[in-house]
Design a protein around this ligand. Structure first.
Ligand code: IMP
Length: 443
């Protein structure tokens, strides 16, 4: 039987997907990125050495695994070339193992400039994007202004389109008071990067189709998290792509019926970078402790991440909409030492906030000031104003990073895992207990 697995982050990204993909990649024939760009970032730790990755699929460190950057991914050439060189210089064979779709759209210098200019213009209402040009690149893609690797291969087409688009974008940048993009200088730079990319360009649809026909084991590496999905986040506090497994079809050309496993990654607490609602956010001593112990600083931007308690209302939605078939819990070791751990098990909202939406006419049950609202009914206004309903669970003191079986975990830690499993109604198959490859428990 085919094994086509999708790894999906069920929160706001940074769930620790990279390590899990790295683990699963040991037995995968192909690891595939299918959406997003270098706004994603994970760090893989192998033999004490850290590899920060933004574009190349995490499977690259397993010599028998092939890596595919499929058509849904948007590419910053400079970042991709520097990642390729990082591995080549470390003696990792990349040639013949990395394949990049010529349908991938390119993140070009004006996209990054526009991303930053738009953020600055928003002032206090900044979205907190990564500044990597993600939104402007995807918006050019859907407005037929994008430029792809397809044109990069056919250099004369690239020069023509790049010149035209840069001239237009320079006019827009001028209105923001931002210095213009120098076309000749950028073309010289891109021409150099192009030479390094060309050997990897391929028809990734055919590669993946043949792999599926040959019953190969394929691992699709989701980026970000469902709470940032362009449709299912509280827009515009979103990223530019669909994060849910539906994007496997559009972003890699793999029919959805071929997906056999959807692995939902649930970090034992919550974090987010950038602006936007975070219902279970905490600001106290515990927040600082979690941030420091959990190294909650952005892999891509270095920004300190906002942290909060585990939000199971949001995670349950993410699992449902993604069709998650099994759960992996990550970073549970970070909670060791906390006396009590809170978990959000639902949202409550005042009916006056709900009434702003004409579609819903909420009736308040007698004696109640607020009513339950599911994540799916919430936009940013509701998420900012609701009250999370918490369940408090007892913590544990012991360091659990070296524990190798579920039974050997402290009882309260076991109960925490069981609580998550029961709430979601999905089996927990793996618990990650530390950053290193070998620090995990299989259930
Ligand atoms: P963009 O994707 O750079 O446009 O940023 C939009 C929002 O998504 C910002 O709040 C980012 O911080 C967030 N974001 C995008 N990718 C990731 C990720 O991989 N992890 C965490 N946050 C992300």
């Amino acid at each position: 039987m085919n094994k086509v697995s999708v790894v999906v982050g069920t929160q706001w990204g940074d769930e620790g997907k990279g390590k899990i993909v790295d683990l699963l990649a040991q037995t995968a024939d192909y690891v595939v990125r299918f959406h997003g760009g270098n706004n994603a970032g994970h760090t893989i730790v192998v033999n004490g050495k850290k590899y920060p990755l933004h574009l190349i699929p995490s499977g690259i460190l397993h010599p028998n695994t092939k890596c595919v950057i499929a058509n849904g991914v948007i590419i910053d050439l400079e970042v991709l070339v520097s990642e390729i060189n990082m591995f080549v210089n470390d003696g990792v064979k990349v040639d013949g193992r990395l394949f990049i779709s010529d349908r991938c759209h390119l993140i070009l210098p004006y996209h990054k400039a526009l991303d930053i200019a738009l953020e600055n213009a928003r002032g206090k209402d900044k979205l907190g994007t990564t500044g990597r040009g993600i939104g402007p690149t995807y918006s050019d893609k859907v407005s037929y202004n994008g430029i792809r690797i397809y044109e990069l291969v056919r250099w004369d087409l690239f020069v023509e389109k790049f010149t035209f688009q840069t001239e237009i974008k320079n006019e827009i940048l001028k209105t923001f008071g931002v210095s213009e993009i120098k076309i000749k200088k950028e073309l010289e730079k891109i021409a150099e990067l192009r030479k390094e990319i060309l050997p990897y360009v391929a028809d990734t649809y055919q590669i993946l189709k043949k792999a599926i026909d040959a019953k190969k084991n394929i691992l699709l590496e989701g980026a970000h998290g469902v709470m940032l999905d362009i449709d299912f986040s509280p827009y515009p506090f979103s990223t530019g792509s669909n994060v849910i497994p539906g994007a496997v079809n559009t972003g890699a050309g793999i029919p959805l019926q071929k997906i056999s496993h959807v692995i939902g990654i649930v970090k034992a607490y919550t974090s987010r970078v950038g602006g936007g609602p975070l219902p279970t956010e905490i600001f106290d001593k515990i927040a600082n402790q979690i941030r420091e112990v959990g190294h909650e600083y952005g892999t891509t931007t270095g920004r300190p991440r906002r942290v909060g308690w585990l939000d199971l209302e949001a995670v349950k939605f993410a699992c449902e909409v993604s069709g998650v078939t099994e759960v992996t819990i990550t970073k549970i070791d970070i909670l060791s030492g906390l006396k009590k751990i809170k978990v959000c098990i639902g949202y409550e909202l005042s009916p006056s906030v709900i009434a702003r939406s004409k579609a819903t006419k909420p009736a308040l049950p007698a004696g109640r000031q607020s009513i339950k609202i599911p994540y799916s009914s919430c936009g940013y206004e509701e998420l900012n104003k609701l009250t999370p309903v918490y369940k408090e669970l007892p913590g544990w003191k012991e360091d659990i990073t070296k524990v190798k079986s579920f039974k050997a975990l402290p009882k309260n830690c076991q109960s925490y895992v069981k609580f998550i499993e029961n709430f979601l109604g999905i089996s927990v198959k793996l618990i990650s207990t530390g950053p290193a490859r070998e620090e995990y428990i299989k259930l």
